[in-house]
Design a protein around this ligand. Structure first.
Ligand code: SIN
Ligand code: MN
Length: 275
């Protein structure tokens, strides 16, 4: 399955591309029913919200053949190769579960700064595919995007609020693992609010709503965010990031764990059949 030239132009121009009905209801059902098998108790791969609800499950393909197959599906890999203009390998894979009543926000950020600074990847030649497991709209925390912001390079970082002494203590005790500061609801590299305001005023904000089975391709430098989920309806989504095989991580002082940074740089082996 290939993207049309018009779809590629749209992505290059806007930094994202949404396609509805990319997966059938039966396929979504299969992925959804397999989801509990990806959750190992007390595993570092599972990231919790402050309220104890699951925020993200990283590397579901480590434990699930269905999820492993999904990441190799022709339908995902070929369009990614078209958008990146290179063979690709799997860089990061997660399921974000923005649970009804409990799911927390993602502040405005770009993904590339994490991969550049923390993982030593030089160029923003990565694409993420977000696959919706439920109907998703503004009310239950759909992704918000600023079109064309992927052309800005790495934008100025937002200034994080200074923690008061009491919270700082608490934070230091609970956050023994450095990498958590990229994954919880207080992520470390946000986009400066003035930059978001300027560009959103010029280009608007797109709410990436879609029924279950929709996919959203988005560029590693696009400004994006999502709201808390106050509805009773879960907003689970699978996010798969592919990187160019010519853009692999360099040496960094504190390499992040393998469940966050793919280290098999061979071009992904494509699965033609379905999951
Ligand atoms: C992300 O920015 O990585 C995901 C945001 C979301 O799940 O809403
Ligand atoms: Mn992100």
């Amino acid at each position: 399955m290939k993207l049309t030239p018009e779809q590629v132009v749209f992505y290059n121009e806007n930094g994202y591309l949404k396609i509805e009905k990319y997966f059938s209801d039966e396929e979504i059902e299969k992925l959804y029913s397999e989801f509990p098998n990806t959750i190992e108790k007390n595993s570092d791969r599972i990231i919790l919200e402050d309220n104890g609800s699951i925020r993200s499950v990283f590397a579901p393909h480590f434990v699930s053949e269905v999820y492993n197959k999904l990441s190799r599906l022709e339908r995902l890999v070929i369009p990614s190769e078209q958008l990146i203009e290179s063979k690709v390998y799997l860089h990061q894979y997660k399921i974000n579960t923005k649970k009804g009543f409990k799911g927390d926000w993602w502040e405005w950020h770009q993904d590339f700064p994490y991969w550049h600074i923390d993982d030593g990847i030089s160029k923003p030649e990565l694409v993420t595919i977000m696959l919706y497991l439920q109907d998703t709209d503004a009310s239950n925390g759909a992704l918000l995007l600023v079109p064309k912001s992927h052309k800005e390079g790495i934008a100025k970082f937002g200034k994080k609020d200074v923690l008061d002494e009491e919270n700082k203590d608490k934070n230091e005790k609970t956050e023994t693992k450095n990498y958590l500061s990229s994954l919880n609801s207080n992520i470390k590299f946000t986009v400066d609010q003035e930059c978001v305001r300027d560009l959103a005023t010029k280009n608007g904000i797109v709410t990436a709503s879609g029924k279950k089975g929709t996919v959203l391709f988005f560029h590693s430098n696009i400004f994006h965010a999502s709201n808390i989920n106050l509805t009773p309806f879960d907003r689970d989504a699978i996010l798969i990031t592919y990187n160019s095989i010519h853009n692999i991580p360099g040496n960094t002082e504190n390499p992040r764990p393998n469940f966050l940074v793919g280290r098999n740089y061979d071009p992904i082996e494509i699965l033609e059949k379905d999951i």
